[in-house]
Write a protein that binds this ligand. Structure first.
Ligand SMILES: [Zn+2]
Ligand SMILES: [Zn+2]
Length: 82
């Protein structure tokens, strides 16, 4: 028979093996409440969004350049003028 420990936050009785100890506030915290107070893992830095629409590759010299599809500019590859 496992000892139950009362959560200091919500009052639920949780098996001692499940209870977390909030060292900062010296409180017993059940897993449910712990989920709300535990430090969140840092979100992974997002890879910079590459807007492929704005990048065009010259089929002749394979040079990649910014291309404005609204203005159709530049009309030619700035590298080889093809
Ligand atoms: Zn709780
Ligand atoms: Zn080119």
């Amino acid at each position: 028979m496992e000892n139950n420990v009362k959560c200091d936050k919500c009052g639920n009785s949780v098996p001692a093996s499940k209870i977390k100890i909030d060292l900062k506030h010296k409180e017993y915290v059940c897993p449910d409440c712990w989920a709300g107070i535990a430090p969140k893992p840092q979100p992974k830095p997002q890879a910079p969004v590459v807007d492929n629409r704005a990048t065009k590759q010259c089929t002749f010299c394979m040079y990649k350049y910014k291309f404005d599809y609204d203005r159709n500019y530049p009309p030619k590859c700035p590298y080889c003028n093809h």
